[in-house]
Design a protein around this ligand. Structure first.
Ligand code: PHE
Length: 345
């Protein structure tokens, strides 16, 4: 009862008094805690009633304290004193996004090719067999189609009921855009085509069922293998560290002849040998070649008059080499600890 009265009569007009109030009635060293401790000595029969009484007292003190604190805060703001804001608290972190590393590298690749006269072209990700394979010289049922494990998704319109194979698919490369461009335009054609592609692969550190490519094509009179080499040498010099070595290795693609794969000296170990280059010192970054005359003819362009080259590369792979990314899955997991590393690039 005495304490109740004491609380009731307590006046708080300053932060100091508020603190006195807190020390006396609220804090763990205050009188109310002390009373609670005394509860042990109360006879069992009365304990419950006394306990309830004490709880009431405790709540009363807390209510008073809250009202007083609010009054003191208001006093501070209205009197122009220190605002009730703790300026020593850490700020709320500023969570602006960063550019995704694949976007950064795609932009950089586009920039390099735009400066030497290539424009950017686009095409569908859901494609027919013809644009993804047929027009590119992959014969029907030819094992070359197995080079790229394909997601076939539907039959062509009109064939739904019969036993013809599915011929609508997710494109396995952006070469479909090359065909669409050559069909629509007359040379000179000088374009790159960045985009998403799909292959039926088990997801692991090294493979994914969805990734990104940039392919390029140049068709004109008198375009030769030298132009292909010059263009890609320039590209590698611009994108990678100075001193990067480049080599052309004979290869095979159904739509180019001759064909070459392009290797660069490993960016990770500088050619000394590491896991990324499987200790060879070289990593493959692109496929390329002179566009097969049959492919040019498939698109209604005269291969006697026009020749050209094409190339294609994976953006994930280039990003891996440029920024030492050792697991492809990082690109799609959206872990901010990974993404933040590209802040400001
Ligand atoms: N389309 C090929 C691929 O996806 C790459 C390529 C493009 C090769 C152009 C040669 C010329 O693997």
């Amino acid at each position: 009862k005495d304490i109740h009265q004491e609380i009731d009569q307590f006046r708080v007009d300053s932060p100091e008094q508020l603190e006195q109030f807190r020390m006396r009635f609220i804090s763990r060293k205050g009188v109310i805690t002390e009373l609670f401790e005394g509860l042990k000595t109360v006879p069992q029969a009365d304990r419950r009633a006394v306990g309830q009484e004490l709880n009431g007292l405790k709540n009363f003190a807390q209510e008073r304290f809250d009202t007083f604190s609010q009054q003191i805060d208001e006093q501070r703001t209205t009197s122009g004193g220190t605002p009730p804001v703790d300026l020593t608290l850490p700020t709320i972190p500023n969570l602006t996004g960063t550019q995704h590393p694949l976007s950064l590298v795609r932009q950089r690749i586009i920039q390099i090719f735009e400066r030497i006269g290539f424009n950017v072209a686009d095409g569908p990700e859901i494609e027919t067999d013809w644009y993804n394979f047929g027009a590119l010289n992959f014969p029907d049922n030819h094992p070359a189609r197995d080079m790229q494990d394909t997601f076939f998704i539907a039959k062509a319109a009109g064939n739904e009921g019969d036993d013809t194979p599915n011929d609508t698919l997710l494109r396995t490369h952006t070469s479909n855009v090359q065909i669409r461009l050559m069909e629509r335009q007359t040379p000179p054609i000088r374009s790159i085509m960045p985009g998403r592609v799909y292959r039926n692969e088990t997801i692991s550190a090294r493979a994914h069922c969805m990734f990104h490519q940039v392919e390029g094509i140049y068709i004109d009179r008198n375009v030769g293998f030298k132009d292909l080499k010059d263009t890609l040498y320039h590209f590698v010099k611009e994108l990678f560290e100075p001193g990067t070595q480049i080599r052309f290795r004979p290869s095979y693609f159904p739509f180019t002849e001759p064909s070459a794969e392009i290797d660069i000296s490993c960016q990770i170990c500088g050619g000394k040998g590491c896991n990324i280059c499987k200790h060879s010192g070289w990593v493959e970054i692109a496929g390329s070649g002179m566009v097969d005359p049959q492919v040019i003819a498939n698109c209604g362009i005269d291969p006697e008059e026009f020749t050209g080259f094409a190339f294609g590369m994976g953006i994930e792979r280039i990003t891996q080499l440029k920024y030492v990314v050792n697991d492809l899955r990082l690109y799609t997991e959206n872990d901010v600890r990974f993404l933040r590393q590209f802040e400001g690039l």
